[in-house]
Design a protein around this ligand. Sequence first.
Ligand code: RIB
Length: 293
Amino acid sequence: MKILNFGSLNLDIVTRVEQFVRPGETVRARSQELRCGGKGLNQSIALARAGAEVWHAGCVGEGGEMLLNYLVDHGVHTDYIENILERQGSAFIQVTDTGDNSIILYPGSNECLTEAQVKDTLEHFGRGDILVLQNEVNLLPYIVDQAYRRGMIIVLNPSPYNERIAAVDLNKISWLFVNEIEAEQIAGTREALVTWEKLHTQYPKLRLLVTLGAGGSVCFSGDYANQQPPYPAEVKDTTGAGDTYTGYFLASLAGGKTLEEAMNIATMAAAISITRPGAAESIPGIEEVLACL
Ligand code: RIB
């Protein structure tokens, strides 16, 4: 079973501020750094750091060499990443003293996928292989349709949520990973159980994972449900914590762990990541995660 992640790669311009800047206000930054990010890249790094073999597909544009190198350095296969003449996608991130963030996304190269690239890439994958998707690239409905026809197991993290998700056929999705806000945007409620009941009725084959911040996470699969409490952590920067969870959870399942075990490992990995600055750079390795459990 192979894991393919068709996802974004962002240059994260991380600016630390005392508080988020307000309309009309100019504030002095405490620091500013250029880091590797993008929900796609972060999830590929988390999968790799958790011990999975992963192929990343997407587009790298001008200024994106450091992102490609970062994936290669972490053992992610980059055969299906295309180099294009477009500005690299980027994220302008404010991180406050409390570790909260706000993000402005510039899609750039991430929204330059073509149907030909999708088709050519998916030809290397088939029945039982896992496809991981987020909502920072174009052509999501097309990728889902093509992968479904090939019998792939499709995992969708519809983040950041926008109207484009409505065009994706959730009947073709095996796993949906959402936070409470995304649950409300999709199912009209932040209540995880109600979200599950609504989605399960409409899409009986779908499995659901909801991250609840301080409430931990909850997972539903058929008749099975499990709630995982969070691990306490000193928050420095929450950017990429959800991506860390997603990558670790999937790598654990692919590696034969139970849902309960996968949630536990993913929760610890995410807890460690928020004690460190950055998105991809904050993702711990599997030895460290297991040692902390
Ligand atoms: O999930 C965190 C990521 O969201 C950041 O790395 C940033 O690039 C944005 O896409």
